[in-house]
Ligand binder design. Structure first.
Ligand code: PBG
Length: 330
């Protein structure tokens, strides 16, 4: 029997497979999310995220040096804020000497080439664990935007390179862009979490920062009035186009692996760089299975991240960045 076209022909040897390989994963694709806390010489493991720690600024700087030497070019920063600094306005977020501001300065000093992308949202600073200010039991969109602008200008003053607003308020990209321009930060970029879904996969992250919405009948119990409904995909395209029009430099889709259909659709639609967030719950699932010996940790990490890139990501925010960089360098 003559088969005209045999797809297996190009899979015969490693060299042939390398020649026809379409997607190449490199350390240039990774952004490492980092959790920071007060103190010095302190490091605490995060439950449900094996291998991930909260660190004081000095140890964070040390970690950033190591990450950069492994080829990782960007870090995304999250602060564990002490309860007594939290309120409804989130004003600690624009404290010139706040934990985030001091972290940015310290990393800039030690590893100036590292691209610093602080998370811009009020939840770690909010007594209610919400990304926005609450008025009359609701998240006040426009008041929150004003706070996010103050936060962004303060983080730019500290030396941040790219704002990463993850709050999902309407109009905040335009507001932050205007605030940065008016204050002379014309080169500071915005990576907008344009399509961020209300997802159960953020669970481990919220325990890392104690930032889950508080149990309180006077406030919304979840983030569904601002984060997107996971049943929808056309809505994501609309969110993305609006953020592009408002002046975003990079567009984020989040979570990652369960949402690669969205990544692929957005890739077909826009030419700006796309970032995808391989979130805490995705990391926890992989680690849990690997720790049980149910799947091969190293192979599963490289496969997952390659698939995210194949779907259309230009950069991947992932807690596995350091591990993957070590694997790719070896
Ligand atoms: C907060 C924020 C969250 C994440 C990134 N920024 C949590 C949330 O929206 O509740 C989640 C990241 C992860 O799960 O890895 N604005």
């Amino acid at each position: 029997m003559i088969i005209n076209s045999r797809n297996r022909r190009l899979r015969t040897t490693p060299a042939l497979r390398a020649l026809v390989q379409e997607t190449v994963l490199t350390t240039n694709d990774f952004v490492m999310p980092i959790f920071v806390m007060e103190g010095s010489q302190k490091q605490e493991p995060i439950s449900a995220m094996p291998g991930i720690f909260r660190r004081s600024i000095d140890l964070t700087v040390q970690e950033c040096r190591e990450l950069f030497s492994l080829g990782i070019k960007g870090v995304n920063l999250y602060m564990k804020v002490s309860e007594d600094l939290k309120d409804n306005t989130g004003k600690e977020a624009w404290n010139k000497n706040g934990l985030m501001q001091n972290t940015i300065k310290a990393i800039k000093d030690a590893v100036p080439e590292m691209v610093i992308m602080p998370d811009v949202a009020l939840d770690p600073y909010s007594m209610y664990g919400h990304d926005g200010i609450i008025n009359n039991g609701k998240i006040d969109n426009d008041a929150t935007n004003e706070a996010l602008v103050k936060m962004s200008v303060s983080l730019a003053e500290a030396g941040a390179d790219i704002m990463a607003p993850s709050d999902m308020m309407d109009g905040r990209v335009a507001a932050i862009r205007q605030g940065l321009e008016e204050n002379g930060f014309t080169d500071v970029g915005i990576l907008s979490y344009a399509a961020k879904y209300a997802s159960s996969f953020y669970g481990p992250f919220r325990t890392a920062l104690d930032s889950a919405p508080k149990e309180n009948q006077d406030i919304p119990k979840d983030k569904k009035t601002y984060q997107m409904d996971f049943h929808n995909s056309r809505e994501a395209l609309d969110e993305v186009l609006k953020d592009v029009a408002e002046g975003a430099d990079i567009i984020m889709i989040k979570p990652g692996i369960p949402y690669l259909d969205i990544v692929s659709k957005v890739r077909d639609m826009i030419d700006l760089p796309i970032a995808v967030y391989n979130v805490s719950g995705e990391y926890a699932m992989l680690k849990a299975a690997a720790q049980n010996g149910w799947l091969d940790n190293d192979k599963a990490i490289i496969e997952s991240l390659t698939c995210i890139k194949r779907a259309g990501a230009d950069m991947i925010f992932t807690y596995a960045a350091k591990e993957a960089a070590i694997l790719l360098n070896s």
